[in-house]
Write a protein that binds this ligand. Structure first.
Ligand code: GLU
Length: 369
């Protein structure tokens, strides 16, 4: 059971689950959904909710019709609607003692490695504080060229950068059917998809009945991203009460299985970047620490070569200049020159600002085999 086995879970809810066709807020549904979230928290899972609804709630407040909105106006509407959205979540989730935070992302935040790493750390810190981040696209800033445009793909990127084990797209359909269930009684729910072949693509593009921005097409795009990130993804019906409980109990949804392991996907993501920008030469003590799976600290660095920025891909060499690993640097080369050989608790004094102590975090490092 994919959800049960997952530690980090991303759940995406579309606007149509929060606000109905008559523009009435589905507060009762949200309150049932909050019970689902509480239950997952009790199961000790790390949770992220990706929620649409900023534009829909902004339109409701301003009494506007979503269909006639121009982009520049929709940005203002999203800005107005986003706090409506968060107020709604807060109102419903607070009585259940679920602590919430908000993260608004733009496309570059997940596409640029350095920003993606920052976002990942923020998610991790929120998990350890016991807060559930609610993510949406930063619609007030994003214009069409730099937009995800739909929260399905945004959610799959969030799942990728947060290293999630599963993503659940709550929709207004049960999942992907072999034929259109509205037209054909023989239509069957496809329970598991290993390969997104032509057949699935055709079914998906034909599918109707989804009101969100994306429809089934963007859900399939999201599934492709998940498959290559080692993340399980489900399309499930969110319209029912307690949709997550329903997945845990009946598993009545379509699961897309990953094509690679999570570890392999992350390694590939780290290694796949353009050629390394620099090198760090480390001492024997640091080498031992890295061999036992620890992060690289400034104290163990003897020398830095090359010019690089935060998030750049660099090589880690031992004292004999043999390459041991590659990783993403949390500091610039200039900063490392200042802090090399220095104990972590002196770093902020030297740099003049507080920063993390790992120069390359163990999660951002891949040993060269
Ligand atoms: N980010 C948009 C909003 O909050 C929704 C995008 C979508 O429906 O996928 O209104």
């Amino acid at each position: 059971m994919h959800l049960k086995d997952s530690k980090t879970v991303v759940i995406k809810i579309g606007s149509s689950l929060l606000i109905d066709d008559n523009k009435i807020i589905r507060e009762k549904w949200l309150s049932e959904f909050a019970k689902d979230i509480k239950n997952l928290q009790n199961l000790k899972k790390n949770l992220i909710i990706v929620s649409s609804g900023a534009i829909a709630l902004g339109c409701k407040k301003l009494k506007l019709n979503k269909k006639n909105l121009k982009l520049d106006k929709s940005q203002a509407v999203a800005s107005i609607g986003q706090i409506e959205l968060m107020n709604l979540f807060k109102k419903v989730f607070s009585p259940k003692k679920i602590n919430l935070s908000q993260i608004l992302l733009t496309l570059e935040d997940t596409e640029q490695r350095r920003r993606a790493i920052n976002a990942k750390r923020t998610f991790e810190n929120l998990f350890s504080l016991g807060f559930v981040p609610i993510v949406n696209e930063n619609d007030s800033i994003a214009t069409s060229e730099i937009k995800y445009g739909d929260n399905d793909r945004l959610a799959s990127r969030v799942a990728q950068i947060s290293n999630a084990d599963c993503l659940i797209l709550l929709s207004d359909v049960n999942g992907v059917y072999s034929k259109d269930p509205k037209l054909d009684k023989k239509a069957e729910l496809i329970r598991e998809v290993k390969n997104i072949d032509n057949k699935i693509e055709i079914i998906a593009t034909r599918s109707i009945g989804e009101h969100g921005t994306g429809g089934m097409k963007t859900k399939i795009d999201a599934a492709k991203i998940c498959q290559l990130s080692g993340c399980h993804m489900a399309i499930a019906n969110g319209l029912i009460n307690r949709p997550i409980k329903n997945i845990l109990k009946n598993d009545l949804c379509t699961w897309f299985l990953p094509k690679v392991s999570k570890l392999d996907a992350r390694k590939k993501w780290i290694i796949s970047s353009i050629s390394p920008k620099g090198q760090l030469i480390i001492d024997a003590g640091a080498l031992m620490a890295l061999k036992s799976g620890k992060s690289l600290l400034a104290a163990g660095i003897k020398e830095v070569k090359g010019k690089f920025s935060k998030g750049d891909h660099i090589r880690i060499l031992d004292e004999d200049l043999v390459e041991f690993a590659r990783g993403l640097s949390s500091f610039t080369s200039d900063e490392i020159s200042k802090i090399k050989g220095i104990h972590s608790n002196k770093i902020s004094n030297l740099l003049g600002y507080i920063s993390k102590s790992e120069v390359i975090h163990k999660d951002d490092m891949v040993k060269v085999e």
